[in-house]
Design a protein around this ligand. Sequence first.
Ligand code: SP5
Ligand code: ZN
Length: 354
Amino acid sequence: MRRSATQPEVFPRMKAVYSPLHARHDGGVELYRGRLVPTFETPERAEIIRAALEAAGHELLPPREIPESRLLRVHEPAFVEFLRGAHARWQSEGREGHVLPSGFPARGLRQDRRPAGISGSLGWFAFDASTPIVAGTWDAALAAARCAMTAAALVHEGQRAAYALCRPPGHHAARSTYGGYCYLNNAALAAQYLVDEGRRRVCVIDVDYHHGNGTQEIFWERDDVLFVSLHGDPETEYPWFLGYADERGAGRGAGHTLNLPLPAGSGWEAYRAALDAALAAIRAYDPEALVVSLGVDTFVSDPISSFKLEGRHYPLIGALLAGLGLPTVVVQEGGYAVAEIGANVAGVLGAFTA
Ligand code: SP5
Ligand code: ZN
């Protein structure tokens, strides 16, 4: 049925930015509980989300050819060049097996120089052994970053909300480190895009089960981006070394980071209370745009996480976020209960079109 051009759509569809290039990032393994296992972060995740969005009537569109120079607004040039070339270098140095780091510059080791060789470089830039670099990782990561920045552009140009189906995810990637299945920080790139286009205060709210350590680090000393995160308590949950409540930002950014860790096992009641606190902080900041790092690994049967949210809670989260009434970019992060990932993501997004 065609609608007349003058009549507003009763249920306007959301623009969802998707690239098939995500599928090039496949076949990697991660170190999990002492074993190398296929990554939990799989191409199937994105295809199930895509199918659910199509079924819900959202409009899929490809990312724009955003210049790679935009990456450097958030990431260090040497880091970007490393990611681009790491797989080829590993191969040209005659190595077999998976491209994973096996040693890191921990306390007591030198932090002031990057070794020339590939193994030392991997340990320098990576912070875990669960984030493999395969031949197609760079193509997929760049496409995901472009999906996020395209969604930001759509919102800047007047869309009330837009969704970026990013894969690989991004919120663990910092200015010059990668890990947690993340290489380029898609949400930070979206937020920076909005700042660069003139939005004066942007908020990133991160509702993935895991703390968005990369996003926090990127905006740590800034007051033009508020970072708020709800996540499993890092005392027991990945990424373990960031995400505590006493981290509040520094310098100009003092007070512009808010962490709301919750114990593993938390359910909707505790989650809802933390989300209310997050929303109050966002309203007080009065941002001109919102970026949502949307992980649905808060779901009760997620295989690597321990919150107890159910399918019916995702539309409630969406309604609370949409209730802020802000131009909103939703960026896909985690979620590993593959059978339910599409319904849970679509549940959040539906609130922005109702
Ligand atoms: C984007 C994203 O969601 N990345 C998550 C990366 C998590 N990788 C390490 C997971 C370690 C989980 N430990 C097992 C706890 C089982 N309850
Ligand atoms: Zn996560």
